[in-house]
Design a protein around this ligand. Structure first.
Ligand SMILES: [Zn+2]
Ligand SMILES: [Zn+2]
Length: 435
């Protein structure tokens, strides 16, 4: 569990410094200062992406599920509104160090925070910024033929930056997985799972499909739905019918690889590798691309992935077949489906199709249902466990994950609501007393 704590917090909070930093392995680390918007003297060109900067959010005033709707009032996204942008691509980059420098020099003067990693196998980026800067970077990237058709995912960030600073550097592995991924044939798309567009994916999952479907459609109902994420991500939202991953660290995922150990917890153990369709999904698609490559090498033949991951799906299909929220690896922690497609929620509410949200999420401490699908970090600085907790237990355990943590020497104060702990070192030398 501790290893996972470290991984999770590394993804989420500056508390990553609690664990040994992987920096020593990286070759060039450059962190840009927090540039202010006014520094941007560039000519700003509005351009069309999957996100229209205007009229992005609909009026959800009559939404029955306002709790899910985030900011439920009519909204427009202006060029100063913050967004989170995600993209990745596996493509050969001959000189990644030079590429890093090019990106850094482009980003000078832009207000971008986040993680942008490059190496010989491509790029993986998650960052936040005011939409004018965030989208300018995308536009610039797309001017390069290697990235001209890259799938870019954009979601709202209501409280400014979702990352503490910009880390743009060479990274030996674009995805953390035990054993690394540099030896995998990731540049060969034919090895990966076949990507299914969201409507196609939805069709596969919808109950009744295959039964009574026209025979020429040949939908194979014999499939396994594989959530290629972490258990704690599943806990706040997942596709209906997906089993909870048994790992709390994607890096140690071993579905389909088990030999003797732990066959019971492996949904791919003993399946017919030639006849069974494996439908796999993750948040944005990258983990499926990596993991399906491994499964292909292990003999699995019918591999399908959700193109662009859940975030792309929620944007095009809304919450159909999905229950709960989507866990995200930035300070927002989780997003309701309405963040991606507000109108779908309204429609679903009208036709009473809103999923049985929240009925599967349990408080880590007492097991009761939680009303807020959002994790919190344990107030014990030396634990920092990311966990789901009901309001009563937050009070009773003073923000800690267990009784033992309450008596730990380095306790941070209980944070109300959605607040996140600040940088860990601010608490390091303090005698924080839980209030
Ligand atoms: Zn509880
Ligand atoms: Zn704890």
């Amino acid at each position: 569990m501790r290893c996972c704590c470290a991984v999770i917090s590394a993804a989420l909070t500056p508390a990553s410094s609690l664990s040994p930093s992987p920096r020593s392995r990286s070759r060039s680390i450059v962190e840009l200062p927090n540039n202010s918007l006014s520094q941007s003297q560039r000519h700003y060109q509005l351009f069309s992406l999957s996100l229209c900067p205007r009229k992005r959010f609909l009026n959800n005033r009559n939404c029955d599920v306002s709790a899910q709707c985030g900011r439920a009032e009519a909204e427009e996204l202006s060029e100063d509104d913050f967004v989170v942008v995600n993209f990745y691509r596996f493509v050969f980059i001959e000189n990644p160090e030079a590429e890093v420098s090019r990106h850094l020099s482009f980003l000078q003067g832009l207000d971008i925070h986040g993680r942008v990693y490059l190496n010989e196998q491509g790029i993986n980026a998650q960052y936040s910024g005011p939409s004018k800067d965030a989208l300018l970077y995308v536009k610039w990237l797309r001017e390069d033929d290697r990235f001209s058709d890259i799938l870019v995912q954009i979601s709202p960030a209501y409280n400014g930056h979702a990352f503490p600073k910009l880390k743009l550097r060479y990274k030996p592995s674009l995805v953390q997985l035990e054993g690394g991924i540099s030896h995998l044939p990731l540049l060969d798309s034919s090895v990966r799972a076949t990507p299914l567009a969201p409507p196609e994916w939805r069709k596969r999952l919808e109950p009744g499909n295959g039964i009574g479907a026209p025979s020429n459609e040949k939908i194979n109902t014999n499939y396994i739905l594989l959530d290629v994420r972490n258990g704690y991500e599943w806990d706040i939202g997942h596709f209906s019918g997906a089993r909870r991953p048994s790992v709390d660290c994607f890096r140690s995922t071993s579905f389909g690889l088990s030999s003797t150990e732990d066959v019971a917890s492996d949904p791919l153990a003993n399946v017919d590798k030639e006849k069974t369709d494996i439908l796999m999904y993750c948040t944005g698609g990258i983990r499926c691309d990596v993991y399906s490559t491994i499964l292909r090498q292990r003999g699995f033949q019918n591999l399908y992935s959700l193109k662009g991951g859940v975030s792309h799906y929620l944007k095009t299909e809304g919450p159909a077949e999905w229950v709960g929220n989507l866990f995200v690896f930035d300070s927002r922690l989780s997003l309701p489906p309405s963040s991606y497609k507000p109108e779908a929620i309204v429609n679903a509410a009208r036709s009473e199709q809103v999923s049985q949200c929240n009925t599967f999420s349990r408080c880590y401490v007492c097991g009761s249902q939680v009303s807020e699908l959002r994790h919190r970090n344990c107030a014990n600085l030396d634990c920092n466990l990311l966990f789901l907790c009901c309001i009563d237990c937050v009070k009773d355990l003073r923000g800690c994950c267990c009784v033992n943590c309450i008596t730990a020497p380095r306790l941070r104060p209980v944070l109300p609501g959605h607040q996140r702990y600040a940088k860990w070192h601010l608490y390091r030398d303090l005698e924080c007393k839980a209030s």
